[in-house]
Structures are given as C-alpha cells and as structure tokens.
Design a protein around this ligand. Structure first.
Ligand SMILES: Nc1ncnc2c1ncn2[C@@H]1O[C@H](COP(=O)(O)OP(=O)(O)O)[C@@H](O)[C@H]1O
Length: 265
C-alpha cells in the first residue's frame, strides 16, 4: 500500500470496487441509529482515495448524505473555479485538460476556503474525495486535522478507463451518471466483473455532457500520474534488508535518525 495513504491513516480500509463488494466498515463504529458519529461523538472525518473513475465521488456523496457530513471533493472545487471567471480559471484549465495535478498550494488554498465557508455555516466532520493525492498534501492534512478512516477504492485499469469514458453529467441538475456497462467474463480462476450502467432519468437524458478531461488520452495520463504517485512511495522489499531498509527510512523521512543511531553505536 502507499505511504501517502498510510501517512493519514488512523484506520485504513481497502475496498475492491465492484458494486457487490462494498460494505460499510466495521471499524467505522457507526451507531445503529444516528449513523453519523464516531466513538468519540464527533462527526466522521474520512478520506476517499483511488484512481480516476473508481467511484470515489459516487460513494463519498452517498455516505455524506447517509451520515450528514459534507462531501468535499477537490475535483469539484477545481471545476467550480474553472466555471467562474476568477483569475485562476485559465491557469487551471490547461492543467486539468492535460490530466496533470494542480499544485499542492492551489489545492490546499481551495480546500481551506471551502472548509472555512462550511464551518461558518456550522458544518462539522467531512468526507474528503480526491484529497490527499500527494505526499505533501497528506502531510499538510495530518498537521491540521485527524482523519479517522481512509478508504482506498480499487478497480482494474481497463475498467477504470471504460468508467471514465462512460461518465455523463446532467447540465441542468448536475446529476452524475455512467453509460458504461462493464461485463467481463471470469477467466483463469479470476472472477468476472459486472457493473451495471447508472442511467439518467428521462428528464436528464437529453442534457448530458461529458467532462472535458474525460477523453481517452487525458484519462490515460491521469491514470499514469496516479500510478506514478503511488509507486513513488511504494517500496519493493525484493532487495532484502541492505537495499530496503535505507529506502524505507528515506520514504519515511527518517534517514537522519538512522545516521545518528549509527554514530552513537
Ligand atoms: N488533490 C488534488 N491535487 C491536485 N490536483 C487535483 C486534486 N484534486 C483534483 N485535482 C485536479 O482536478 C482534476 C479532477 O479531479 P477529480 O474530479 O478528482 O478527477 P478524477 O479522480 O476523476 O481524476 C484532476 O485531474 C486534477 O487536475
């Protein structure tokens, strides 16, 4: 698993995202009646990770309604900024339409403003979606708040691409739909995958639009960047202790501590 996920992890959970597999975690300590507080009585503070197209937004939004906490998706904050004529819009458009990540500074700034606005309205707790996406973002998040559950959704890469290409948004009500029907037969002992399309109601059907960054080329670039971010902090243990120990310490920013201990020995 990736270090950046582990950095913010109090309780971690990985889910393989095909519809049938999703279960609410027993570690979430949801009360059977209220369903919105954790054990300490505080509203939940959760974060969804996962590749583009995996369904973070869908599940985070459903959970936020169920638990009565805000769903804060950094992708939505970026798109809001894009649709405004604010000074950032032109800069962001180029980055997003190439499938690149927006800088940590800009994302943290957009997120802080969103959280402040919510707090002013009396919001508490959160379900983050698409944040953190870099080690730096995870470090910042850890400094400012406690995240008590990280949910990492996973799905095969070919399915992720199909899911992104099938994504549709109603230009009138903003509803999210997906016209992709995933039906992959199981083979070599591996189970098949079936994910039904999420079709729009009649009233939305003629008003569907596609996100400008959901083209095949841009989705592939977003998947490449996502995998690169995860790989850059994942460790292979294949080299044994001599190779892996220094790498592990480096990834944990503990190289200095190891040198001090060697000198003291
Ligand atoms: N935490 C983040 N850090 C950097 N860029 C982000 C972050 N969240 C969103 N973005 C930007 O917004 C775009 C859309 O994000 P999102 O809606 O989460 O898409 P997806 O997960 O489908 O790639 C991303 O491709 C990226 O450019």
């Amino acid at each position: 698993c990736s270090l950046y996920a582990a950095t913010v992890r109090r309780r971690g959970l990985s889910l393989v995202a095909s519809e049938g597999d999703l279960r609410l975690p027993s570690s979430a300590h949801l009360s059977p009646l209220g369903t919105r507080k954790d054990l300490t009585g505080r509203n939940v503070q959760w974060a969804f990770l996962g590749c583009p197209g995996v369904g973070k937004g869908t599940y985070a939004s459903r959970l936020s309604q169920l638990l009565g906490v805000p769903h804060i998706a950094t992708g939505d904050l970026v798109r809001e900024e894009l649709s405004s004529s604010g000074p950032l819009a032109d800069q962001l458009r180029g980055i997003v339409n190439q499938g690149k990540l927006v800088s940590d500074e800009i994302i943290v700034d957009l997120l802080s403003k969103r959280v402040e606005k919510g707090e002013a309205k009396g919001e508490s707790g959160f379900i983050l979606d698409g944040f953190p996406r870099t080690l730096r973002q995870a470090e910042i998040l850890e400094r400012v708040t406690d995240v008590d559950l990280v949910i990492n959704l996973k799905l095969r890469e070919d399915v992720l691409l199909e899911k992104c290409l099938g994504r549709r948004i109603c230009s009138q009500c903003g509803g999210n739909f997906n016209i992709a029907c995933i039906d992959i037969k199981g083979e070599d002992g591996k189970p098949g995958i079936y994910m039904a399309p999420l079709l729009p109601p009649e009233g939305c059907a003629s008003k569907l639009v596609t996100r400008s960054d959901d083209t095949e080329e841009v989705v592939k670039e977003r998947l490449r960047i996502y995998n690169e971010m995860v790989r850059s902090v994942a460790l292979s243990a294949a080299g044994g202790i001599p190779e892996s120990w220094p790498k592990l310490l480096h990834a944990l920013h503990l190289d200095g501590l190891n040198r001090e201990q060697s000198l003291a020995a």
